[in-house]
Write a protein that binds this ligand. Sequence first.
Ligand SMILES: [Zn+2]
Length: 80
Amino acid sequence: MTILQAVAAGLENTEKRKEPKKKSTRYFLDGKVADRELKVCNLCRIVWQKHVFNGKTTIKYYDEVPRYGKEKEACPSCCQ
Ligand SMILES: [Zn+2]
């Protein structure tokens, strides 16, 4: 094997190894974050969640989610 061939093979291997890992990690995180980061606003009593994706922060509000057992934190619209 020449050095070039070895480099090419090495690159190909890393790419093949990286791709499925990335996908499963992302999938796993999505499921976990959804459950963990729900918070209840102690001012307006809405259930809300901070969702960070590609460096952008989105706040989602949930009307129909039970408030029981959620962490209490004032929602961004009450903080303003
Ligand atoms: Zn609020």
